[in-house]
Design a protein around this ligand. Structure first.
Ligand code: PMP
Length: 402
């Protein structure tokens, strides 16, 4: 018998299934609102001009080669990533209380965090928001966490944050629990805590001695301002919390397939960083040994060059402004159609996504019209364009009235 005869199909990965179904659809009106990837007004992927400039410079740089990078990653990238995250004047940087470890995208940074927390620090319980990004639970399960728990987050009635429920759930967390907090532009809901709410969340984390892992995959996408979007992790670091922060440059650099991320480790005892580094390196060594160069080099080239850095900030603004414009256009179209219900949350939610509030049945209707979106009702606003937004609104209108 074949060794593989008992292998069963795993459930499909929803976003990638949607990509395939959309690619296969012959409908000229089809719209892909599934995957969280930026699109232009023409519905096309966008290679940031500053990325092209950096790549041209790299191609002509005779000092570069394809030797292995250090296990912890490209040094220029690691320090630059920390400066973007905390700002160069933050005390964790000036007091050398933080170090970065290059990861394979945000996912790799999260996986490294989970591995370290389980194997080196013996954590076994993790709390994720309800709902959360589809991969958080799997990543922690793969690292051997035996308890993956949820804290309340989304309030279906207000279509906002249930901060009281969240704090209550975290207050009840057993000792030695990890909590994953979305730093900005929560995926999938597009709903973030206010500064006052962050203060309450910090208080609970400190009270229960929760280990905080921030996931920041959309820095720049919420307000268009990198500093504003990193407010929460900076605030927690200000308050002398030991932290992990998993950064992704997939979205804000448009480097999805280069797999470039960083795990920032903030230790209030700076003298522990060499030991932490040595354990991180062993952890990385058995997973991917050393990370890929190309994306790291692009990000480092841009962040370490004043002119490129300014260009990059402008290009992030281009992306976040277009997304904001499409939020307004979708809402305006729904209002024009007189679609039953209140749709103001689409404009209020931030980042790449909107949690529309469409039910599973209504989503099914959208799919039947070849508007591809997640079963949870999440849409990627970046998939909307001036050409398709009226069609999407019309389908939503019909779905709601059906
Ligand atoms: N965290 C969140 C909340 C995300 O939405 C994503 C991307 N969808 C990631 C992490 C990981 O991003 P990547 O591995 O592609 O850099």
């Amino acid at each position: 018998a074949c060794v593989f005869s008992d292998v069963q199909s795993a459930p499909p990965i929803e976003v990638f299934l949607l990509n395939r179904l959309c690619a296969e659809s012959k409908d000229p009106n089809k719209v892909n609102l599934g995957v969280g990837a930026y699109r232009t007004d023409e519905g096309k992927p966008w290679v940031l001009p500053v990325v092209v400039a950096a790549e041209l410079q790299m191609a002509n740089d005779k000092t570069l080669n394809h030797e292995y990078l250090p296990v912890a990653g490209l040094p220029d990238f690691r320090t630059a990533a920390l400066r973007v995250l905390f700002g160069s004047e933050h005390k964790v940087i000036t007091e050398n209380k933080v170090e970065g470890f290059q990861g394979l995208g945000g996912t790799g940074a999260l996986r490294l965090a989970a591995e370290f927390l389980k194997k080196i620090l013996n954590y076994d319980i993790v709390y994720v928001s309800s709902p959360t990004w589809g991969n958080h639970k799997g990543i922690f399960k793969a690292a051997g966490f035996s308890q993956i728990k949820e804290y309340r987050y989304w309030d279906a009635d207000t279509r906002g944050l249930n901060c009281a429920g969240m704090c209550e759930d975290l207050m009840a967390a057993p000792p030695k629990s990890v909590v994953i907090l979305h730093a900005v532009a929560h995926n999938p809901t597009g709903v973030d805590a206010t500064k006052e709410e962050w203060a309450q969340i910090l208080h609970v984390c400190r009270e229960r001695e929760l280990f905080v892992l921030f996931d920041i995959a959309y820095q720049g996408f919420a307000t268009g301002n990198l500093d504003e979007d990193a407010w929460a992790p900076r605030y927690f670091a200000d308050q002398d919390m030991d932290l992990f922060v998993a950064q992704s440059f997939s979205k804000n650099f448009g480097l999805y397939n280069e797999r470039i991320g960083n795990l920032a480790v903030v230790s209030k005892d700076a003298s522990k960083l060499p030991e932490i580094r040595s354990q991180m390196e062993i952890t990385i060594r058995v997973m991917w040994s050393n990370p890929p160069n190309h994306g790291a080099r692009i990000v480092a080239t841009v962040l370490n060059n004043k002119a490129y850095y300014e260009d990059w900030k402008g290009q992030i603004r281009t992306m976040s402004d277009r997304i904001m414009k499409m939020r307004h256009e979708l809402t305006d179209n729904l209002k024009k159609l007189g679609t039953p219900g209140n749709w103001d949350h689409i404009v209020k939610q931030i980042g790449m996504f909107s949690y529309t509030g469409l039910s599973a049945k209504q989503v099914e209707y959208m799919l039947s019209k070849n508007v591809f979106m997640l079963g949870s009702g999440r849409i990627s606003i970046a998939g909307l364009t001036p050409k398709n937004v009226a069609y999407v609104a019309k389908c939503m209108d019909e779905a709601v009235r059906a």
